[in-house]
Design a protein around this ligand. Structure first.
Ligand code: ATP
Ligand code: MG
Length: 452
């Protein structure tokens, strides 16, 4: 196998070698190179101590930032490349299952590789030439598309409870299978996984969501108990049967919707909304007198539950607000007899900025009924109607009104709560009939409403 290495990386390696230090390419960069993929970050490891790395690079005119000095890592800026260089490490104690207690340096590359999580991640390329150092047969596993722990899986997972989740993430990201012993060891380490910080859990969930088929990862999580641990609300959707067009229970439906949502033009928010869009169904389900299941107001309950979950996972407020809004708005059924006013009310309710995401979510939701490409004609028609309405002008928020609060104060309407109510009413009037959106007309209406 011929491996080309970036010339600047080779130059950095040459500088280390001339200082009598070994340096290797490691981690995801090697894995992805051996898979024939493009590399986004160049992680390296060396037998030079962090202080020595700093001195060597500075002497050669580069910059060093002690980004992860606690773990023996520095970030090196050299020419136009930024790379992380970590001193050989050994497995240290993880007394809390979260982070190693302290960094212990290793003497050899083999020892450094032995503390890494999976065989595919425990391969090094010796620089500058790129000879493969592969003591755990990672290359063979890459060829067979297998995720396997380095050494004893039970031990490795009990050292760091994030590793099981990483296994599920890599399975989705790479479309690899998890080797039997590795898979079986996940369940025995759940108590350790429970101690992992929510931020680290979220990073892995984000990577699952960004995979081509996220449900591959979520199904492994379900099978091994990780889903119950981190996203218990989803596991409660298992076995919740639906009626009508639905062919799947609520959990499989959520998974399928998630796989399909924003598959082209990735949007994390839309995928999250898809994953959770029906999560409230188990709690609102009722059998109506004709023997059909109903899920009255499930979009509101789902949106509320979604907020709890996303807060727990420490997503930003911007992400949380958007996802919950999409979930809350995911139920609409366009028919040709919608009036232009109904189309405008739809735009106002969803918000112009969220239209593309809501179409995408709705399409995915319909796909999730059957798992087959359905007829999207009604959504296509809605998009056309919306676009047509938008060419005729935009008055969907209070800011778009031809009058301001100041104008209304001038005609004697007091500021405060009453002003809010009147502006809202004016907006509804304008959404129903945009012709009313003139200063004179709105002032008249406001005055009438106020005196009422
Ligand atoms: P990505 O493409 O997501 O960056 P990666 O394999 O580079 O994948 P990183 O989290 O960047 O993953 O870690 C770099 C390397 O460090 C891994 O390939 C692995 O060798 C090692 N590593 C990372 N996290 C762990 C862990 N929790 N336990 C053991 N080894 C780990
Ligand atoms: Mg990486």
């Amino acid at each position: 196998m011929r491996i080309t290495i970036d010339p600047i990386i080779k130059e950095i390696a040459g500088i280390f070698n001339s200082n009598n230090k070994e340096i290797y390419l490691v981690g995801g960069a090697v894995r992805d190179k051996l898979r024939g993929k493009k590399i986004h970050d160049w992680d390296m490891t060396t037998n030079a101590l962090p202080d020595e790395v700093t001195a060597i690079i500075k002497k050669a005119g580069g910059k060093v930032i002690p980004t992860g000095i606690k773990h023996g890592t520095v970030t090196v800026l050299f020419k136009n490349i930024s790379t992380e260089i970590t001193t050989f490490r050994t497995e240290s104690d993880y007394s809390d299952g979260r982070r190693p207690d302290k960094v212990n340096y290793a003497a050899t590359i083999e020892e450094d590789l032995s503390r890494r999580d999976f065989t595919m991640n425990a391969i090094a390329l010796r620089l500058p030439k790129g000879e493969i150092v592969d003591p755990f047969k990672g290359l063979k596993d890459i060829k067979a598309k297998i995720i396997r722990c380095v050494g004893d899986a039970n031990e490795r997972f009990n050292e760091d409870g994030l590793r099981p989740l990483r296994a599920a993430r890599f399975a989705a990201q790479l479309n690899y299978k998890i080797e039997k012993n590795t898979l079986e060891a996940i369940n025995g380490a759940l108590a350790v996984s429970a101690k992992v910080s929510w931020e680290r859990v979220r990073e892995e969930i984000d990577k699952i969501l960004a995979s081509a088929v996220p449900s591959l990862g979520f199904r492994i999580m379900e099978k091994t108990g990780l889903l119950k641990l981190f996203l218990e609300e989803l596991t409660l959707c298992r076995g919740i049967e639906q009626k009508g067009f639905h062919q799947y229970d609520v959990l499989d439906h959520n998974f399928l919707t998630c796989d399909y949502a924003a598959a082209k033009g990735f949007s994390k928010e839309t995928r999250l909304a898809a994953l959770f869009h029906d999560i409230g169904k188990p709690s609102v389900r009722e059998l109506d007198p004709s023997g059909v299941w109903t899920f009255y107001r499930h979009e509101e309950v789902s949106s509320e539950m979604c907020r709890v979950i996303l807060n727990r996972l420490r997503y930003s407020n911007a992400v949380i607000d958007k996802v919950c809004h999409l979930v809350n708005q995911h139920m609409f059924l366009y028919t040709e007899n919608w009036t232009d006013a109904a189309v405008r009310r739809f735009i106002a309710r969803v918000g112009e900025d969220h239209l593309n995401d809501i179409y995408s979510l709705r399409r995915a939701d319909i796909y999730g009924f059957s798992g087959k490409e359905p007829d999207y004609r009604s959504i296509k028609q809605l998009v056309e109607r919306v676009n047509k309405v938008l060419t005729k002008g935009r008055a969907f928020t209070i800011k778009d009104l031809a009058v301001s609060g100041k104008d209304l104060m001038e005609i004697g309407i007091p500021g405060g709560k009453m002003m809010g109510v009147i502006l809202k009413e004016l907006l509804e009037t304008v959404i129903d009939d945009p012709e009313q959106n003139t200063k004179e007309r709105l002032k008249q209406i406001a005055e009438k409403t106020y005196k009422r």
